[in-house]
Design a protein. Structure first.
Length: 272
């Protein structure tokens, strides 16, 4: 196939894709649903949204308060920050994002989950979000991190702040990650050279986390908090057991699983 013919084919493909995306935009009715998932340029409503009541989230009071405050400001039309929730696995990062967003669903807040494989096409949503100014949107990316050899983080940081696309005022990014900086920082990145105090590699990697004005850390909880969560779930699922025995079994289960967190507490209750 010669170059001219190839270009004609590509132009036709782009026209078909543009027509498809425009049709999807026209079909999206945000008045009917609260949650959506964006995958392969397709935005679909989520009918069985998974969340937990905020009062059931134990041991993360500070993080809960800060994310609630930020989101409340956002839905009220006040300046608010993109947020990253980072830290130990199973400590409630994703659950907190979903539960806080659900708390404001009657205030016109919508949540759109985007998978990592689709983050470089997020800008395709900007026009749709911009034209629905009567709603506020949180783009939620769960468990995001990059390996040192991955270069997508450079493109992603411009998508959320720095492209020629204007970020809609009714949009925030809430991201969870097991890594504080999203990208591993190697010792070699910290080496000094003759021209700079910190190496260019380190500055490049830290420039992504700089896009997030709210950064909330989550840590492995202590024994007492873990057991409080166990008791909460035991009551919720009507587990009848003497408290001392419940605690003994719960701690044994946690040692076998190698962690103390809310996820392990729930899994323990389910194992009974």
């Amino acid at each position: 196939m010669d170059e001219k013919l190839l270009n004609e084919v590509l132009i036709k493909i782009n026209r078909v894709l543009d027509r498809f995306l425009n049709e999807e935009k026209q079909k999206t009715d945000f008045s009917k649903d609260f949650a959506f998932i964006y995958h392969k340029n397709n935005l679909k409503p989520v009918k069985n949204f998974d969340y937990k009541p905020l009062n059931s989230l134990i041991g993360i009071d500070y993080q809960k308060e800060e994310l609630l405050k930020n989101t409340k400001k956002f839905v009220e039309g006040k300046p608010a920050n993109n947020a990253i929730l980072w830290g130990e696995r199973g400590t409630g990062k994703s659950t907190l994002v979903k539960s806080v967003c659900y708390h404001f669903k009657d205030k016109g807040l919508k949540i759109i989950q985007v998978l990592k494989e689709d983050i470089l096409s997020i800008f395709n949503l900007y026009e749709l979000i911009e034209t629905n100014k009567n709603y506020k949107f949180v783009i939620f990316i769960d468990d995001l991190s990059f390996q040192p050899e991955e270069k997508e983080y450079k493109e992603f940081k411009t998508i959320i702040d720095g492209t020629i696309y204007e970020i809609p005022e009714n949009l925030l990014f809430y991201i969870t990650s097991n890594r504080k900086n999203l990208i591993p920082i190697k010792f070699s990145d910290r080496e000094k050279d003759e021209e700079t105090r910190i190496s260019d590699a380190l500055e490049e990697k830290l420039s992504l986390i700089d896009r997030f004005g709210l950064r909330l850390g989550f840590y492995e909880m202590d024994k007492n908090t873990y057991l409080k969560i166990v008791e909460f779930y035991a009551k919720k699922y009507e587990i009848e057991m003497e408290t001392q025995k419940l605690h003994l079994l719960a701690m044994r289960y946690a040692r076998e699983m190698g962690a103390l967190n809310a996820r392990i507490a729930l899994q323990f209750i389910k194992s009974l």
